[in-house]
Design a protein. Structure first.
Length: 181
C-alpha cells in the first residue's frame, strides 16, 4: 500500500486530468493508471479512488467554499493545479474527516511540489479561512476517543525570539524559546 502522501499526489494528478479533459471520473482514473503503468498493472490504491471520486462528487459545494474565500480570484481563472489542490484538501478536511492541520500541511506540500511559492501562500490562506469557518474541520482537530488524551491547560504556549548580534551590530541569527504563560 502506497503512503498517504503518494496517494494524494496521484489523486491530484487524476483530478488535473479530470479538470482539463472534462471526462467522467472513472475514465480519468483509468487513463492515469494506463499511462503510469504501460507494461505492468499493479493493484490500484483504493484511497486514491476514494479521494478522487469524493472530490468530484462534492465539487460544486467545494468550489463554492473556495470561491467565497479566494478573494479576487474566480475559480476558472485559478491555475488548474492550485484549484485541484484546494478541492482535494477541502474534500479531505470536511468530508473525509482528516484533521485540518494534516490536510493543510499535505496541501502545502503538494503546492510546493507541483506549483510555486506564491501558490503555497495562496493555498495556505484559503484553506485556513475555510478551516476557521467550518465547524466540522475545527472539530476534527480535537482528540478523539481512539487517541490518548492530552491534558488541556489554561496556559497559552508562547514563543520568544532573541536575535544574536554580530560585531557589526546586525542580526546574524537567533534563538527561539517556547514556554507556557
Amino acid at each position: 500500500m502506497p503512503s498517504r502522501r503518494r496517494s494524494r499526489q496521484r489523486a491530484l494528478q487524476i483530478l488535473f486530468l479530470w479538470d482539463t479533459r472534462r471526462q467522467p471520473v472513472d475514465e480519468a482514473i483509468d487513463a492515469y493508471y494506463d499511462t503510469l503503468y504501460s507494461e505492468e498493472s499493479p493493484a490500484r490504491d483504493p484511497f486514491v479512488a476514494d479521494l478522487v471520486r469524493g472530490t468530484v462528487e462534492h465539487a460544486a459545494a467545494i468550489d463554492e467554499q473556495i470561491a467565497k474565500h479566494a478573494q479576487h480570484w474566480r475559480m476558472e481563472r485559478m491555475p488548474v493545479v492550485d484549484r485541484n489542490i484546494l478541492r482535494l484538501a477541502v474534500f479531505e478536511m470536511i468530508h473525509a474527516g482528516t484533521p485540518a492541520a494534516i490536510t493543510i500541511d499535505e496541501a502545502l506540500e503538494l503546492a510546493r511540489k507541483f506549483s510555486n511559492e506564491e501558490s503555497v501562500q495562496f493555498v495556505n490562506g484559503v484553506l485556513d479561512a475555510i478551516r476557521r469557518e467550518t465547524p466540522s474541520a475545527c472539530d476534527s482537530d480535537a482528540p478523539d476517543s481512539r487517541s490518548p488524551s492530552v491534558p488541556r491547560t489554561s496556559k497559552q504556549l508562547s514563543r520568544v525570539y532573541f536575535p544574536l548580534r554580530t560585531d557589526s551590530g546586525w542580526p546574524k541569527s537567533g534563538v527561539a524559546f517556547m514556554f507556557y504563560r
